[in-house]
Design a protein around this ligand. Structure first.
Ligand SMILES: Nc1ncnc2c1ncn2[C@@H]1O[C@H](COP(=O)(O)OP(=O)(O)O)[C@@H](O)[C@H]1O
Ligand SMILES: O=P(O)(O)OC[C@H]1O[C@](O)(COP(=O)(O)O)[C@@H](O)[C@@H]1O
Length: 328
């Protein structure tokens, strides 16, 4: 079983339009709603692939009830912690040219008692010794910024490894505490954490190694359309998929993390699977999370320790074609 916790879940609403024009009346072609939030999406991806998973999340108000109903439709076993504040709705516009714009609400406040109830709900599931605890997303107001560090202390007490996918201050606090067995920042979150631009592959690998030197075991750094890197203290790999015009990139990072955690195995294989799940998510509308029928890893190339001087933006073009040429 893989346990996930999402302190700030969302009903994700997606509006598919031609082009976003500020100040204009925009006609919507398709509107859809999915259960969202990082841990929730990891649970959805795992569940789609037959992995047992439990999602812990706070829910409140009518949107909380809708979120619970959506989770039921997705077949997710959820432990919901009732809270007074109304669950947020994040809104995405998905344009015909593949541009995805996310409007993420901060999320209503949790009281101290509600934060404590959330931690207790996670602890009661840790007693079942899940294979991983996956903790993800922003923190709602009222949640201490060291929330993920507290989760990590709990997880370690039960011998459960923890993967954390967050951003901003909660990422800084978690990473600097060396609290994670696996971190899943994207390129921009990593640059913000280190407060410097990361232009080449070497820049990203050095930055990630710095983060690992704070006590974190490994990092899966996603690079948007430029693929993803798996970095351990002494080794790293890059992987990338075929070019895609996205339908919606929302949920791609979460699907990538789920693909990585789906099974043990050689790091290259886990990274290949991660990128194939992430690429599949990009081709699907709204926060649709891929299942086995959506995924094809044939176009995904994995390259161990590529040239560190390569600009990130050149990776798919340079490494994708080199790997294809050297394939037997
Ligand atoms: N525009 C895109 N084209 C192709 N693949 C993409 C695109 N955006 C994301 N992906 C895939 O999804 C993964 C996660 O995307 P990324 O945007 O880095 O994560 P996050 O959603 O966490 O910000 C990438 O590693 C890549 O495999
Ligand atoms: O908690 P945050 O950072 O606001 O992010 C929440 C949003 O991220 C998502 O989990 C998608 O994340 P990814 O695109 O990184 O996979 C949405 O479902 C959700 O609305």
């Amino acid at each position: 079983m893989i346990l996930t916790v999402t302190p700030n879940p969302s009903v994700d609403r997606t509006l598919e339009i031609d082009t976003y024009v500020r100040g204009a009346v925009i006609r919507i072609h398709n509107a859809m709603a999915h259960a969202g939030g990082k841990g929730v999406n990891v649970s959805r991806a795992l569940r789609n692939h037959g992995v047992q998973t439990v999602a812990v999340l706070p829910v409140g108000g009518a949107e909380g009830a809708q979120l619970t109903a959506l989770l039921g439709e997705h077949g997710i076993a959820a432990v919901t912690v009732p809270v007074a504040a109304v669950t947020r709705c994040n809104i995405t516009t998905a344009e015909a040219d593949g541009t995805t714009t996310q409007l993420n609400v901060p999320g209503a406040s949790l009281s101290e008692a509600e934060v404590a109830a959330l931690l207790r709900a996670v602890e009661s599931q840790l007693r079942h010794h899940p294979k991983w605890l996956v903790a993800g997303g922003s923190l709602p107001q009222g949640t201490p910024t060291d929330f993920y560090v507290r989760l990590s202390v709990l997880a370690r007490r039960y011998g459960v490894p923890i993967a954390v996918d967050t951003s901003g201050e909660p990422l800084a606090v978690t990473a600097r505490a060396g609290a994670a067995n696996l971190l899943k920042p994207n390129h921009h979150e990593l640059a913000e954490l280190l407060d410097r631009e990361l232009t080449t592959l070497g820049d990203v690998v050095d930055a990630t190694r710095e983060v690992l030197s704070w006590g974190n075991d490994a990092a899966l750094v996603t690079l948007g359309s430029y693929g993803a890197l798996l970095v351990e203290p002494d080794r790293f790999w890059w992987a990338g998929g075929p070019p895609i015009v996205p339908r919606s990139t929302v949920g791609a990072g979460d699907s990538t993390l789920a693909g990585f955690l789906f099974d043990d195995g050689a790091p290259e294989e886990r990274l290949r699977r991660a990128v194939s799940w992430g690429s599949a998510a990009v081709a699907l509308p709204g926060t649709t999370i891929p299942g086995p029928a959506d995924i094809n890893d044939e176009g995904v190339v994995v390259v161990p320790e590529p040239d560190l001087s390569l600009p990130i933006t050149d990776l798919p073009a340079k490494l994708g074609s080199e790997a294809a040429r050297s394939r037997p």
